[in-house]
Ligand binder design. Structure first.
Ligand SMILES: C[S@@+](CC[C@H](N)C(=O)[O-])C[C@H]1O[C@@H](n2cnc3c(N)ncnc32)[C@H](O)[C@@H]1O
Length: 277
């Protein structure tokens, strides 16, 4: 059978590379790394928005925190020193995402190397969209949580297709609530990170960063793009300031992503983001 096709358009399923991608996170390590991470957050509104929310939420964690799909463990330093941290990731993390980090338990398959009912907080930042079967992942989260524990997720919404092809989903608040309900969690609280202004700033900033850092071919295109990028650098800084400021909004129906908190079944959760202002 001959299927119809659209002219001048790629079949995206064949795509295996990205025009440009931001550098991956590095584990915490000294003053220079901290300065670079702050600079990254100034220019990367996604990173800034997640950091801002987790800075408010993670100090509320007690006991044992499990970070699933932990990558470079970029938020570990936000936990109190009394917390026991366990980072786990899939054995494919190095090959597919570039992460190979000490003090991480790498595992194969879908069953986490963690005992039942042994964890106080399960966190997974920017991971659920990379999981082919989110319902299996959430069932594991429920299995390992202790009564009284909670789940903390961040997921992107207005974000490009990244780590191609290992980026499978975008979630909405109602979609997340439905997935969590099916997994047996209590009613989640879902916070939007930013609003329409944040998204507009983020997208234009991404274009300028692509001109500055992207690997365009052939070489004359690349250097032309670099010159344009340098000329647009003042706009980049202005958008970073406006976008950063817009992250203080209550959240819009277009946003960079969502931060979600869900209680272990049957538990009523205090609202940590509201409680700490
Ligand atoms: C975009 S990285 C995020 C890393 C880190 N959590 C962060 O916020 O920087 C996605 C991570 O999800 C992990 N991952 C992908 N599929 C997974 C799965 N089915 N279960 C657990 N982790 C998974 C990857 O190995 C990778 O470390």
């Amino acid at each position: 059978m001959n299927l119809p096709s659209l002219p001048h358009r790629d079949n995206m399923i064949d795509r295996r590379s990205e025009a440009w991608k931001p550098p991956i996170f590095r584990p915490d390590g000294g003053t220079v790394a901290a300065i670079l991470a702050s600079l990254r957050r100034f220019l990367d509104l996604q990173a800034a928005s997640i950091w801002g929310d987790l800075k408010s939420l993670l100090p509320h964690c007690n006991g044992t925190v499990l970070d699933v799909g932990c990558g470079a463990q970029p938020y570990r330093s936000l936990l109190r020193s009394s917390v026991r941290y366990i980072g786990i990731d899939r054995s494919t993390a190095a090959e597919e995402f570039g992460y190979q980090v000490p003090d991480t338990r790498y595992y194969e398959g879908t069953v986490w190397p963690i005992d039942d009912a042994s964890i106080d907080t399960v966190m997974a930042t920017e991971t659920l969209e990379h999981v082919v079967r989110p319902e299996v992942f959430l069932a594991e989260a429920r299995r390992v949580l202790r009564p009284g524990g909670w789940l903390l997720l961040t997921v992107p919404f207005a974000a490009r297709w990244h780590y191609i092809p290992y980026d499978y989903w975008r979630f909405t608040p109602s979609g997340l609530a439905s997935l969590l309900c099916d997994a047996g969690f209590g009613r989640p609280t879902v916070y939007a990170r930013g609003n329409e202004v944040t998204v507009a700033c983020y997208k234009v900033m991404a274009l300028i960063l692509m001109l500055l850092l992207g690997d365009l071919r052939p070489a004359p295109w690349k250097w032309g793009a670099r010159v344009c990028g340098v000329l647009l650098a003042p706009l980049l800084i202005g958008l970073a300031v406006i976008g950063g400021w817009s992250l203080r909004s209550r959240g819009g129906s277009d946003c960079l992503g969502y931060t979600l908190i869900a209680p272990f079944p049957g538990q009523v959760l205090r609202d940590p983001l509201k409680d700490c202002g």
